[in-house]
Design a protein. Structure first.
Length: 94
């Protein structure tokens, strides 16, 4: 029984070859057998999950106090430190 939903009826025209150890192949074949997915669909689902996990890790989630502090700093930035002012002057004259 298939467990994926097809979002579009896109034709499968691309091919990808992989070299792997016998252990990796056996693991993939076992996953195909128990999931009901094709090897390609299984690879796609794994890749999609990796991307979703990475995107989730890249999102910044702040507690209320942290968010308020960030917003205050953006709306009322502190004066630049003397070392930063000196570095900007050096950059402009370079």
């Amino acid at each position: 029984m298939r467990t994926t939903k097809r979002v579009t009826a896109e034709r499968k025209t691309e091919r990808m070859e992989l070299r792997m150890t016998p252990t990796v192949r056996a693991t993939i074949e076992r996953a195909v057998a128990v999931s009901g997915l094709t090897a390609g669909d299984l690879a796609f689902e794994a890749a999609r999950r990796v991307i979703e996990d990475q995107e989730r890790m890249n999102r910044m989630i702040l507690a209320d106090a942290d968010r308020d502090l960030f917003v205050r700093a953006m709306l009322n930035p502190p004066e630049p430190a003397p070392r930063l002012v000196a570095a900007m002057k050096r950059l402009r004259t370079a």
